[in-house]
Design a protein around this ligand. Structure first.
Ligand code: NI
Length: 232
């Protein structure tokens, strides 16, 4: 996939996610015969990607047993720091990924928390050190409106909630549910009316890759799969 194709709305932001995420551009085209044998993973979506062709991700490239995780990370006291400091957050991710590589399958950044789906190297399940590096890099020197240095020093350690939600992705369906959850999340939280309206997620990249139609999530039936998910 050409890099230009990723620059859809906010050039800098798309470049950020392009940098963070290795491209998963391979789509497998199923013939009708094959589609009868293989489950059609995307059929549950409200809007089929194409009426004449069925696509699905070559999941073997995505899901590695033991290596894929969903995370929810929240700021301390729900301070709305993340969008306000989105460049800092990008830099922190870059910093972390340079030191301890991983792949971001999906990500959404909200003002006070983020959700993301990571794939770790096969021989490495240490996501904790990755979050430690990213959180520290983001927090170091962050000026967030504190009135004095004393308070600022205290808040240096209080930028993030210490605990974070971690879920090991157990199979393809689980992976898809969490990817959908990520991309629908800005709508769930009331920040916009459809996933495409939120610039701080990997949704546009996923559309470019052919995983979603641009208006995915506009229709209520699309969210039925999230009814039993209470992840923020
Ligand atoms: Ni959320």
């Amino acid at each position: 996939m050409g890099f230009d194709a990723l620059i859809l709305t906010d050039q800098a932001l798309e470049a950020f996610f392009a940098l963070l995420c290795q491209c998963h551009s391979t789509l497998v085209h199923l013939t009708d015969e094959l589609s009868l044998k293989a489950p059609v993973r995307w059929a549950k979506r409200s809007v089929p990607i194409s009426s004449s062709a069925i696509y699905f991700m070559d999941y073997r490239r995505y899901y590695h047993p033991g290596g894929t995780y969903f995370f929810t990370v929240v700021t301390q006291n729900r301070q709305p720091l993340l969008i306000r400091n989105i460049d800092r957050l990008r830099a922190a991710f870059r910093h972390g990924m340079q030191r301890h590589p991983f792949v971001i399958d999906g990500i959404v950044v909200l003002p006070d928390h983020l959700h993301t789906l990571w794939r770790l190297p096969e021989d490495d399940d240490n996501f904790s050190i990755r979050w430690m590096v990213i959180k520290r890099k983001f927090s170091a020197g962050l000026k967030d409106g504190c009135v004095n240095d004393s308070k600022r020093r205290k808040r240096e350690k209080g930028i993030w909630q210490r605990r974070f939600w971690e879920h090991w992705i157990r199979d393809q369906q689980d992976w898809e549910r969490h990817l959908d959850y990520i991309h629908y999340n800005p709508v769930k939280h009331g920040y916009c009316e459809q996933p495409a309206d939120w610039p701080y997620s990997s949704f546009h990249r996923a559309v470019t890759q052919g995983f979603y139609q641009a208006d995915w999530g506009t229709h209520m039936e699309a969210i039925a799969a999230f009814d039993d998910m209470e992840l923020e």
